[in-house]
Design a protein around this ligand. Structure first.
Ligand code: AMP
Ligand code: MG
Length: 475
């Protein structure tokens, strides 16, 4: 290693605590590694020197081809329901957990085949890995819990997709990579001792206070229900569509994970589906809270033997907690809507529900409309009015809302000007795939300050061309 970074001491808390759930593994060679993106803030949080990460030994670290002394990378196993169908054997088919650093899991995506690759090539390509970098960076800047992207490195390898594509590895961090599917995998083994160790590990990582609860597994479950209710509310408020909410893509931590065919709403429409593989619309925008609840029911099933040894008692106990999910979600969403509308807590709740009805009927640009309401709160309703068809309905609502005295400055702190709009992301990724990183770099810089309107960046705030946007799974 270079003189700037003499030691990287990776821990192995997951592999050590739960050796049954992973296999020691190593990354494929990267013939000609080239850094495409680096988040220096994430690097600093890990105690990693950006100058070293840019050096040849740093790139070898970021692609997993040269691991620090004592590091023991593993591929993790998990199960999961994919679009409602149970797959008993998923796992890191193209990923590696390098270890943990500064309390965070450091994970690589696109690092080669593993025992869980099934028919896949274990690889990833530049476009989708930069998409995860761009969108996860935006989500963090928006204040939404998420895994973070440390870096994207092109490997110099050509990967066969529909057309040949440049290969890449993403390095990301998470507070853990435990998923609903991790519990499903262990539950299926009927090894209650292993299940307890997994729950204890999750508790230590995410909700230490639960260790002292009367029923730690139930306290863990309550925690996951609570953090997911909060996360789903944040997604819905900002107009984020995850696209592939399978149980293996839902964390125990409450962090957004696995940015595949995800996208932000242009026009507000509950039926929006971006993913090419979601033909039934299971994970459409308006269905996300119910999809999350469904996943949490699967988590409850996996935890039942820990909640009570008698299923007759375990089931109603878990169901009672599951039933708190939607009410919790509604409370978090309504509070978020009040904030977006600059309203105090005691404001008439109908202001929120009536606006939601207006959005559902008028399909305005989601991000643009809420930001324009800030101008309306300052006396200029035209930017918002321009986005709706039902002017009489809007005016009637706006009169009631303005009478409640919305706080425009507070609104501007929660309604972003800039989100990763689909046409901007596509344009930037196409340029990067063709070798020009400029558009991705500029887009990331814009998205790092989503609430801070900059007049020279007007094009980043504009809606894309009308039409149906489709994303393809991040392969
Ligand atoms: P996802 O829904 O994208 O998170 O991935 C679902 C499963 O497919 C996970 O187990 C991945 O590791 C696996 N997978 C996705 N792409 C590939 C690939 N190119 N090669 C091997 N496994 C993959
Ligand atoms: Mg996944």
């Amino acid at each position: 290693m270079s003189s700037t970074q003499t030691t990287v001491q990776l821990g192995h808390r997951f592999a050590d605590a739960l050796p049954e759930l992973s296999v020691p593994w190593q990354a494929d060679e990267a013939p000609d590694p080239r850094l495409l993106a680096l988040d220096e803030g994430v690097a600093a949080g890990l105690g990693l020197d950006p100058a070293w990460l840019r050096s040849p030994s740093g790139l070898a670290f970021l692609t997993g081809t040269q691991v620090p002394d004592g590091a023991r990378p593993v591929a993790q196993g998990y199960a999961g329901h994919q679009f409602g169908n149970y797959s008993p054997r998923l796992g890191d088919g193209r990923a590696l957990l390098l270890g943990d650093l500064a309390g965070l899991d450091l994970h690589l995506k696109g690092s080669g085949r593993t025992p869980w690759s099934r028919g896949g090539d274990g690889l990833a390509v530049v476009g989708p890995m930069l998409r995860e970098f761009v969108v996860s960076t935006a989500m963090h800047a928006l204040g939404i819990p998420t895994t973070r992207s440390l870096a994207v490195v092109a490997t110099g390898r050509t990967v066969q997709r529909e057309t040949p594509q440049p290969g890449a590895v993403l390095a990301r961090t998470a507070s853990s990579h435990l998923r609903v599917g991790s519990f499903q995998l262990v539950r299926a083994t009927e090894d209650v001792d292993l299940l307890r160790r997994l729950a204890d590990h999750a508790i230590a990582a995410h909700v230490p206070a639960a260790a002292d609860a009367d029923n730690p597994a139930l306290a863990l479950y309550e925690h996951v229900v609570a953090v997911q209710a909060d996360l789903l509310a944040r997604w819905m408020l900002v107009g984020f569509v995850h696209g592939v909410m399978n149980t293996d893509n839902m964390t125990i931590s409450g962090e957004t994970i696995d940015y595949g065919p995800c996208a932000f709403l242009d026009a507000h429409d509950a039926d929006t589906v971006f993913s090419s593989i979601d033909s039934g619309g299971r994970y459409r925008y308006g269905n996300q809270p119910l999809a999350a609840q469904w996943n949490l029911a699967r988590l409850a099933e996996a935890l039942l033997p820990l909640i009570h040894e008698d299923p007759e008692q375990a089931i109603p106990t878990a169901v009672a907690v599951l039933e708190t999910f939607l009410p919790r979600y509604e409370v978090a969403w309504a509070a978020g809507m009040r904030a977006k509308l600059g309203l105090r807590e005691d404001a008439d709740p109908a202001l929120v529900t009536d606006l939601q009805a207006l959005l559902d009927a008028n399909h305005p640009d989601h991000t643009g409309f809420f930001r324009a309401l800030g101008a309306a709160a300052r006396g200029d309703a035209e930017p918002a009015r321009r986005l709706v068809l039902d002017l009489a309905g809007f005016d009637a609502w706006a009169a009631r809302w303005l009478a409640a005295g919305p706080d425009a400055d507070a609104m501007d702190r929660v309604n972003p000007v800039y989100v990763p709009r689909n046409h901007l992301v596509e344009e930037a990724l196409d340029a990067a795939t063709a070798g020009d990183l400029g558009p991705v770099e500029r887009l990331v810089e814009v998205l790092r300050r989503p609430f801070d309107e900059r007049p020279d960046l007007a094009r980043y705030a504009e809606p894309g061309p009308a039409g149906t946007y489709v994303t393809y799974c991040g392969t």
